[in-house]
Write a protein that binds this ligand. Structure first.
Ligand SMILES: C[S@@+](CC[C@H](N)C(=O)[O-])C[C@H]1O[C@@H](n2cnc3c(N)ncnc32)[C@H](O)[C@@H]1O
Length: 223
């Protein structure tokens, strides 16, 4: 496993609570399930993927756990063919795809798990909005930096929640606790947006939107 993947998977699995059944939806290689099993975070793991080719990798990685009945591999579009689980991870997909998988499951009557751990590659705001809408509370929601990239990580548990605009856009833990990775991210975003705004001149090319974003970002480095 490459360092970048290993470090990302380690950060993700660090927020997985101890549970009976852990499901990794869109598992690909299956590294997160392997880590969850090895570290004793789950008694059983369900690895699932919509692609048979991807699922084969997880099947091979977890063959010993599968033989011992501690893991199963399921070909599935989202939660469609999954047994009930206590904790589910959906990582490495876009926020819109993640939100669709969760809302499709809710519409199909699948009983969603107590805890969802989500690592959207983009559009994290859409994931947060959906979670609050369907009755999940954001317990942890922060950015981490690995291999020259920032990743949002959201841990949500069942319960009512109301999100502020800032929490929805940037993540609850980030805006309330200002962790160092978030501050660095804000500074990097500002250094990307400021020259674009300057190039736009007084009018045109959506300067208003860019300036609004800059204003929202500046709040965290000016305070
Ligand atoms: C980029 S990989 C991420 C793998 C792993 N979760 C990680 O974070 O390293 C995305 C995986 O999600 C799978 N996938 C995409 N849409 C899916 C869906 N609707 N249901 C299940 N798996 C899906 C893909 O086949 C692929 O293996």
């Amino acid at each position: 496993m490459k360092d970048r993947i290993r470090e990302r998977i380690e950060e993700i699995t660090s927020v997985i609570p101890r549970c009976k059944v852990f499901a990794d939806v869109g598992c690909d290689h299956g590294y997160a399930a392997e880590k969850a099993l090895k570290s004793g975070r789950c008694e059983k793991a369900v690895v699932s993927d919509v692609s048979e080719k991807c699922l084969m990798k997880a099947r091979s990685l977890l063959s010993d756990y599968i033989a011992k009945g501690r893991a199963i591999a399921v070909l599935s579009d989202g939660f469609k063919n999954l047994p009930p689980c206590d904790v589910a991870l959906i990582a490495g997909m876009g926020g819109e795809e993640i939100a669709k998988i969760i809302s499709d499951a809710a519409k199909d009557g699948y009983v969603l798990p107590e805890t969802l751990v989500l690592q959207p590659m983009k559009n994290a705001d859409k994931v947060r909005a959906l979670l609050a809408e369907i009755g999940y509370r954001l317990e942890k929601d922060y950015l981490f930096y690995v291999g020259e990239k920032y990743y949002f990580l959201i841990k949500a548990v069942r319960g009512a929640d109301v999100l502020s605009d800032e929490e929805r856009e940037f993540g609850r833990t980030n805006v309330n606790e200002l962790p160092p990775d978030f501050i660095r991210y804000v500074k990097e975003e500002l250094s990307k947006f400021a020259p674009i705004s300057a190039q736009c001149g007084e009018t045109g090319c959506g300067r208003e939107k860019i300036d609004d974003k800059i204003k929202r970002l500046k709040k965290y480095v000016d305070s």
